[in-house]
Design a binder for this molecule. Structure first.
Ligand SMILES: N[C@@H](CCC(=O)N[C@@H](CS)C(=O)NCC(=O)O)C(=O)O
Length: 213
């Protein structure tokens, strides 16, 4: 039987959130780990924009936006009701994807954006970081007392943010955000989607999530 095929890159935050939703929904697929500088032709043939994650379903549909992939997976199996989020989850995701992500990239790659120093770039991220921390002071997760799609969609970017200058992040007065990040980093779900795979370009692909040989 034809399987779904996922082109992915382990360290890409968009691919991480997609893999978390796919794993949570218990979707089995063929995982193809790629290098962004050496994209497989089959992936480009299906999605010329060439971004990960890209999923080709068993029926040939192409899903090449991480958020669409999260919804596609959870709409098939949403055992923990990640999609029930008081309707505010999409506002958090929108603020992250369409606002914070650009500021994060400038902070992370400050040398490519010399108009400001690294700490000046970081300063521009602080309103969003403060808002997250304030929300997580009020509720365990972003949309209430239980985990939802918003937490998972945003988490890989906060992970990346914290890693730019870990010592700085760890010593900031964001206890609620630090608690939330630590919990997600320690989760079985996250470790299950961060396993290392050999490259598809070296002839390897895997039945995922089980096959680690
Ligand atoms: N909007 C896309 C963005 C995905 C994206 O930009 N992924 C990056 C890797 S983290 C990528 O594939 N970049 C293409 C490249 O570097 O060539 C999504 O949500 O899936």
């Amino acid at each position: 039987m034809t399987q779904h095929i996922l082109y992915t890159f382990r360290r890409c935050p968009f691919a991480m959130r997609a893999r978390m939703a796919l794993a949570k929904a218990g979707i089995t697929l063929e995982l193809r780990e790629i290098l962004l500088k050496d994209k497989p032709q089959d992936m480009l043939d299906h999605s010329p924009k060439g971004t990960v994650p890209t999923l080709i379903t068993a029926s040939g549909e192409v899903i090449d936006e991480s958020l669409d992939l999260m919804y596609w997976a959870l709409e098939q199996n949403d055992a923990d009701n990640w999609l029930t989020d008081n309707g505010i989850g999409s506002q958090w995701i929108d603020a992250c994807d369409n606002h914070f992500k650009t500021l994060l990239d400038k902070y992370k790659y400050a040398d490519r954006h010399p108009e400001l120093s690294e700490s000046e770039h970081r300063k521009k991220t602080l309103p969003f970081i403060n808002t997250l921390n304030e929300q997580l002071n009020k509720s365990t997760y972003l949309t209430g007392s239980k985990l939802s799609i918003a937490d998972i969609a945003i988490f890989p970017f906060i992970r990346q943010y914290a890693m730019v200058d870990k010592q700085w992040f760890d010593t900031q007065p964001y206890p609620a955000l630090q608690r939330w990040l630590a919990e997600l980093l320690d989760s079985k779900l996250f470790s299950s989607i961060m396993k290392k795979y050999k490259l598809f370009n070296d002839g390897r692909s895997y039945t995922w999530p089980e096959d680690l040989n």
